[in-house]
Design a protein around this ligand. Structure first.
Ligand SMILES: *Cc1c(COP(=O)(O)O)cnc(C)c1O
Ligand SMILES: [Zn+2]
Length: 417
């Protein structure tokens, strides 16, 4: 059972049958899933959702795939944590952290892959593939393994070890490409025309992208069926950032929440900031960049949804920020030290940008804010490993420990701490 009705061109509005296609034959605009919202309205309620599984499949009626084809690793329905210590540190009254580091493959990509692989199986594909900055490869590989599907994942050859091993362990055909993500994506677009594979972020991208809406659904449900004042989300292609807002609007359309007035802000790393740079220059037309940042998961120099992301900033009164790699590391540490959540570099980008948006007054102290933390820190250990306090090295006796503690305290006092 699905209430998805058609694919619709985001530019000219032409509609297409629900097939593995992704762009309009007339204007080459991207296709998006259209739904029968009246049907959804009649079929679901707050109660029916609350009785559902504690995964993203609690929103099955709002997803564009038949849940009979799902590959269920327990994806989604991650905690929304009230982050009082972090709020205090950066100057907000109320801050929540949406902790997507606890997904089955430790990133929000499990949301998009859940929908993409269900749809691919419904279409009858026996092989699944993707172009990835790392996390998508991890998630596709895991879900394909659980489904017993053939799997081909393509990644740039300079990714963090955690991301490479995090795919390899599931034994896909792992392909490392000498080039940037944008090169990988170009290669995969070409391959998608030659091979009968479901490329989750190419020929089934319209379905895949819908999975990110579950972040918006969950935030609203977990806040007690209402939207927050402000959301800060990381941006790579800009897809997740735009789909969170779509999810909030749809929750209103189907009668689950009041009309949302959430200001949506986006976060990027300076070393790959086509969207945030265009925002700073007050234009909807971004200039592609050659990425150079430790935030590899966000390193898309030519973002597919960049224009729509910039439009959304205008429409919602949100903004965009960017942070240096040093600020990314500081952001990771601040989140860990205040809230006990260890995020990957994308999380450092989000916290760093959030901090700047509050410091500049763009987010007011009284705005209830949600920060989207989209991936787990053990995937990018090398980003922070050299920035932590040295452990105390001791021989196994109490006197040695006590002496090491005295020396540590003396050095802290000496440093004026
Ligand atoms: C893929 C990814 C994002 C966002 O990607 P979009 O292309 O903008 O949807 C954010 N955080 C992490 C950790 C990711 O892997
Ligand atoms: Zn069109």
């Amino acid at each position: 059972m699905t209430f998805s009705r058609a694919l619709r061109c985001r530019e000219c509005g032409r509609e297409y049958e629900l097939k593995p296609i992704f762009s309009c034959e007339y204007c080459f605009g991207p296709l998006e899933v259209a739904y029968d919202y009246d049907g959804i309205h009649a079929a679901i309620s707050r109660d029916s959702i609350e009785r559902g599984p504690k995964t993203l499949w609690r929103y099955a009626e709002l997803l564009p795939c038949d849940p009979a084809y799902k590959v269920d690793l327990g994806d989604g329905y991650t905690p929304l944590i009230k982050a009082d210590r972090l709020a205090k540190a950066i100057g907000l009254d109320t801050l929540w952290v949406k902790n997507d580091t606890v997904n089955p493959t430790w990133s929000f990509k499990d949301r998009v892959v859940s929908v993409a692989i269900a749809k691919a199986r419904e279409f009858g594909f026996s092989a699944i593939a993707c172009a990835s900055t790392g996390n998508l490869a991890n998630s596709v590989s895991a879900h394909a393994a659980a489904a017993g599907m053939d799997c081909f994942v393509f990644i740039p050859d300079d990714l963090e070890q955690g991301k490479v091993v995090g795919s390899g362990i599931y034994n896909p055909t792992l392909v490392t490409v000498r080039g940037s993500y944008d090169d990988v994506n170009r290669l995969c677009t070409e391959l998608s025309m030659e091979h009968p594979w479901a490329f989750v972020n190419i020929n089934v991208r319209p379905y895949y992208a819908e999975g990110s809406r579950t972040l918006g659904f969950e935030v609203a449900e977990q806040l007690g069926w209402r939207a927050p004042d402000h959301i800060v989300a990381p941006m790579a292609s800009g897809s997740m950032y735009t789909k969170i807002w779509k999810g909030l609007q749809e929750f209103h359309k189907v009668g689950l929440i009041d009309e949302p007035h959430t200001r949506m802000s986006g976060a990027q790393a300076e070393g790959c900031s086509p969207i945030s740079t265009a925002y700073a220059h007050d234009t909807l037309n971004f200039v592609p960049q050659k990425p150079n940042t430790i935030a590899r998961s966000l390193a898309i120099g030519n973002p597919a949804d960049g224009y729509y992301a910039l439009k959304q900033m205008q429409d919602t009164g949100g903004g965009a920020e960017m942070v240096t790699d040093d600020e990314v590391v500081e952001g990771i540490k601040l989140l860990a030290e205040t809230e006990g959540i260890f995020a990957e570099t994308a999380g450092g980008v989000t916290i760093g940008c959030l901090k700047k948006l509050v410091a500049s007054g763009f987010i007011k102290r009284g705005e209830e804010t949600v920060a989207i933390i989209s991936g787990g820190g053990l995937k990018t250990v090398e980003a922070v490993a050299d920035h932590l306090e040295e452990p105390l090295h001791v021989t196994p006796n109490a006197a040695a420990f006590n002496e090491a503690m005295r020396a540590r305290q003396a050095s802290l006092v000496g440093a004026g701490a």
